[in-house]
Structure formats: C-alpha cells, structure tokens
Ligand binder design. Sequence first.
Ligand code: HAM
Length: 437
Amino acid sequence: MVVYRRLRGMRDYLPEDVKKLNYVKSIVRELFRLFGYKEVMTPTLESFDLLAAKSGEEIRHRMYAFTDLGGRKVALRPEMTASIARFYVNNLRGYSKPIRLGYIANCFRYDEPQYARYREFWQGGFELIGSQLPEADAEIIEIADLLMKKLGFKRYYIKLGHIGILRAILSSELIEESEQNRIFGLMDKGRLSEAIMRLKKLAASPRCVRTISELANLKGYATKDLILKAESIITGYDEAIKHLENLREVLECLKACEVESVILDFGFARGLEYYTGVIFEVFAEGFKLALGGGGRYDRLIELFGGEPTPAVGYAPGLDRIVLAMSELNIPFKFREEIKTYVVPTSNDFKLKLKAIEIAHLLRENDLGVELEVMGRSLRRALSHASARGFTFAIIVGTKEISKGKVVLRDLELNMQYEVTLSEAINIIRNRNKQRLN
Ligand code: HAM
C-alpha cells in the first residue's frame, strides 16, 4: 500500500499549531479593529501576469504557475499586495479615501524549503490606500511595531530604508527601472559588490557609484546625525533630497506614536519591485529571518488600470511569528474556555441517552462539552478527561438522575458534588468567567 506523504515544503498544522496560528491571527484582527482596517478576501488563484508584474525576479521564478483548463496562465498568489491593488481597481475605485484593507491569507512560493521557509505560509496584512502623506507611512509602521508589542516581543527592531532615495539617484543617471530593480535585487540579497559592478557596467558616473556605496554602508539608530550624514552623501541629487525629507517626516511621526525600535539602513532594498518610498522589515533579536515586511507602492494601482493612487502596506509572516515566539519562549496568551466531560456511569443505553441529553443542554447554555463516546468505564473516562485538560466532568448515574441531579466532579481540585444540572451550569460558568478575566 502506498503511504502518501505531504508535499515538500508544505505543512500539516496539528491542533497545537493551529491554536498558536489562530492566536497570532486574533492579535492581527485586534489591530484591524484598533486602526480601522476592513478585512477582505481575494482568490487564491490570480492571473500570472498580474502577480508577476512587479513581484521581482526572485518571486516571479518561484510561483506555482500553470495553465488552467480554459487555457489561462494562472498562479497561486505568492503575496497579497498585487491582489489587493487589483481588488481596489475592480471594486473600490469610486470610494472616498483613504481605504484601509486588512487580510489574513495563505500564500505560496516555491522556495527552497529550509528553516522557517515554507512553500505555503500565512500572511496577515494591512494596506492603506489613497494617501501619500508621511502620517500614512507612519501608521503602517506603527502597526508593525504594535503587533510585536502586543504579541509580547521585547527585543525587536524595524529595519527602515527608503527605496525612493536610491531610485532617484539611479534615475538621475538615466538607469532604466528594470536595471534598477536588478541592482536592488542584488542589494536585497546582500550582494553589494555585484550591485556596484553592475552599476559600473552600466556606465554610471563615479559620483553615482560612490554615493550608492556610501549609502549602502550608512546604517544605525535613527538620529539627527545619521540623517545629516545621509544628506551630505546625496547632496546635489535634488530628487533624492526630497525623499530624504519624506523619511525625516515619517520619523517625526513615528516619534509621536512612540515607535522607538527603528534602525535606519540607507542601503536597504527589497526584492519586490513595486516599492517607491519607505520600505521596512521587522526582526526579533535571536531569530534570523524577517517576521514581516512592507513599504510604500505609489504606482502599482495605476499599473493595474486605476488612476494614480498612492498606497502603503505591511504584511507580517504569521508562521514565522509563531516559530519565533516558541523559540524565544514568548508565551501565547490563549483565552481558553474550560471544558467539561460528560460521562455515564455505565453502558446502559437509557443512561447514555440521558448523558447525550445533558451534553446537549450544556451546549445550549453555550458551554463547551465533550461526550464519552468510547464506552470507557467511569474510572478510565475520568482519567482520560484529566489527562486531556478537562476542568469538570459531569457524571450521569441512575441514582442521581432519579433525584433530578448529577455529580459534578472538579477534576482540577479533585472534589465532587451532587447538584442539579442548573447548579452545575452556574458553577461551570463562574469558573469560566474567572478563567477568562
Ligand atoms: P515579503 O517580505 O515578501 O513582503 O513577505 C512578508 C513576510 O512573509 C516575510 O517577512 C516573512 O515573514 C513571510 N514570508 C515570506 N516568504 C515566506 C516563506 N517562504 N515561508 C514563511 N514565511 C514567509 C510581501 O509579501 C509584501 N506583500 C508586503 C507588503 C504589503 N508590502 C506592502 N504591503
């Protein structure tokens, strides 16, 4: 017999894994509420051309792409920003701005499977559409910061750069966008010397090469001094100076909302090609890979047929966040309701019917209940329930039932009481309240 295995790079999520992932999703949704992002869903499958347009060389080659039965070239989404830009153009064009959209979605990339890199993974996301002002960038970065705080990360930082500055310098040398993207792709992978070589091959001026090299080595805390240094490096590139001013304003806004965990990196580039302004990634100390990434993309919506519409967004990688929390021993603060196990004292059919009835009644009262369905003896059923973390058992016995009562066993305190069903419900409810507070 063939034993099928799951595909390489794909994950099975066990109940514990789902519980942790759902916890992180719940915090993402809490931020949707706090910042006014409306959750939306888009299809897993999109046109390949849409997804490939600005995804960058790396992702473009790693898409699950195929021709469907109608002969269309389609692909599983490798990320959500392209889908959201299309979604906006198709559904929300006339709406008053800004538009704040949130999502929680599985994404697919045919990455080489390795630690914390999967072929299917979950992203949360926040896209703020319609504003080109620094307060919009700052809002998105504040969200990234608050997510880390709310999840309980203490030592983390947001690596912040500005692709607009780099683009402005290369554009002033008339280097085409596709070439710029190739150079940024190399910088994204830390291959700076290759990026510089490429610049030289494109006959960039020595001043341009020097400026890019110096910027690439300029990083540190977001101090006035660092910004002044950047300014002196890019003097003479007027467009780049405008972008630096934008970065300065974003940093001012971040101060106002107490985002202190920023590290500036002027040589920072990201693989995705749609970015036009600030870009950032989030890291936790002690965990190597980025826990999220984002930035400003002012031309994507236009590229997909909308009017020129600025936008900025962030996508936390949910699987990686779960992994980092587990590794760094950050507790998942589950809000877990207590569970009750209902067990008849014998396999007598009438008694079992009574147990079904009682379990049903408890659920009607909104209490989570599992029924003994394996025909275990009372002793075994109770030890099974204890081992599985149940707080209470309701023991359904003929003697008690004849008096209109049940036995409520407190599995945590190892005590039991003969009570009416409504008394039992009250006791369980009260314990639930204490637990959830
Ligand atoms: P990204 O940096 O490609 O950005 O992905 C965001 C996050 O998804 C990463 O930081 C990482 O945590 C997670 N991630 C990416 N690939 C994998 C993988 N193979 N396995 C596990 N986790 C992964 C974007 O996707 C942009 N759409 C972000 C954005 C939104 N920009 C503007 N708005």
